[in-house]
Ligand binder design. Structure first.
Ligand code: ZN
Length: 169
């Protein structure tokens, strides 16, 4: 089932998500819906908060493979790079955001196993972006002052130009 995405301004996007204690059928179903949703939007990742749930889970797409991260923890961040980034909670908005070049993250997989993922490039960026969501942090918060101001002003204008599939803001 495709999930409805909460847009900027919805209070759930500022909530800190709670750790998941048990991977039950509900969590598995939710992860599956999250994967379906990013496929629909052709996005690289989605965090639970964006679908209105304050649970520490996100999905990311790496090439054609889905990765599900439960209770993720950043082990290390190395290097710095600035690149263009978007977010399903701000459809149509892009900004230049500084992120670490390489990230190592530990998490629990959907099968309950501890996993460790070392990522660079787009996947590293997606992982940092989605973990931020679980802590109530949005990509505009990671932009420098001038870029944040520009992004917010573009966002105001975009509100009336959102493609229909994103729903109303
Ligand atoms: Zn996002």
């Amino acid at each position: 089932m495709k999930l409805q995405i909460k847009k900027y301004g919805h209070p759930v996007l500022r909530k800190v998500a709670e750790p998941i204690k048990e991977i039950d059928g509900k969590i598995i179903g939710f992860a599956s819906d999250m994967c379906e949703t990013i496929t629909f939007f052709n996005a690289l990742g989605l965090a639970a908060n964006q679908a209105g749930k304050t649970k520490r889970i996100f999905v990311a797409k790496n090439k054609e493979m889905f990765l599900v991260f439960i209770n993720p923890k950043i082990i290390s961040l190395v290097g710095v790079e600035i690149a263009t980034e978007g977010c399903l909670s701000f459809p149509g908005l892009f900004g230049e955001i500084e992120r670490a070049t390489r990230v190592v993250v530990s998490a629990i997989s959907l099968q309950g196993k501890e996993i460790r993922v070392s990522a660079t490039g787009l996947l590293a960026r997606a992982i940092q972006h989605e973990i931020d969501h679980l802590d109530g942090i949005l990509f505009i918060d990671r932009a420098d002052k001038k870029e944040r101001k520009r992004m917010l002003s573009v966002w105001k204008g975009l509100r009336n130009c959102i493609p229909k599939q994103y729903g109303n803001i």
